[in-house]
Design a protein around this ligand. Structure first.
Ligand code: SF4
Length: 208
């Protein structure tokens, strides 16, 4: 739960990080304008991992995740969610970890394709792959020729990952409770696992 601070008029003041949903929304729109903006999405990968590794905390999910805020806003405030319970199997460990493994596998393939283009073996593919299956032509967003094709290939691949996960987040928001995506979000699963391991180690170290 976010802490609210009261202003002089008694109304609670919002903190800057409560507006990060705007960053997430603009990020998705920018991918339609210039694909190289996709690189900015690395912040949403590095930051939660960094916070969980170095601080052993899930504060990224609790405070700073723009996507989590966005689905909360759309589902709760705009009432776009049916607010049904998510099926129990999605909450299960095997599904969450299975989805994480699948996600990381697909991410690795994306990195390998990027490597091939960097190495001059593969050709730049100006497509966005939705849900790891549907290839959409996206050449209009490739407007800068001055960068290496490998840089652009990573942007297409990474934006595919971000758009796919956004679609899944929005779909599960509509079908189930607003933040249902957070139940099986790979970043959430990864950071939760890191925090568990790290905090267990701290307890063990304190006991020795
Ligand atoms: S679980 Fe994923 S979407 Fe939800 S708050 Fe955490 S990082 Fe964001």
């Amino acid at each position: 739960m976010l802490k609210r601070y009261k202003g002089k008029n008694g109304k609670s003041k919002k903190k800057w990080y409560e507006y990060l949903w705007i960053f997430s929304s603009i990020y998705i729109l920018l991918g339609f304008v210039n694909i190289l903006f996709a690189w900015l999405g690395l912040i949403c990968f590095m930051l939660p991992l960094g916070i969980s590794i170095f601080k052993g905390s899930k504060s990224y999910c609790n405070y700073y995740c723009g996507r989590g805020q966005l689905i909360d806003l759309l589902g709760s405030k705009l009432k776009l969610s049916r607010k049904k319970d998510i099926p129990r199997f999605i909450r299960s460990k095997w599904f969450r970890y299975g989805f994480l493994v699948f996600f990381l596998g697909m991410f690795s393939i994306m990195l390998y394709n990027t490597y091939l283009v960097f190495a001059g073996v593969g050709e730049l593919r100006e497509v966005i792959t939705l849900l790891w299956t549907f290839k959409l032509p996206w050449s209009w967003a490739n407007t800068i020729d001055a960068v290496h094709p490998g840089v652009t290939q990573f942007a297409f691949g990474f934006y595919s990952v971000m758009l796919t996960s956004t679609i899944l987040a929005l779909s599960t928001m509509v079908l189930f409770k607003p933040r249902s995506w957070c139940v099986y979000c790979p970043m959430g699963t990864m950071t939760q696992t890191i925090c568990k391991i790290k905090n267990k180690k701290i307890i063990e170290d304190d006991m020795t």
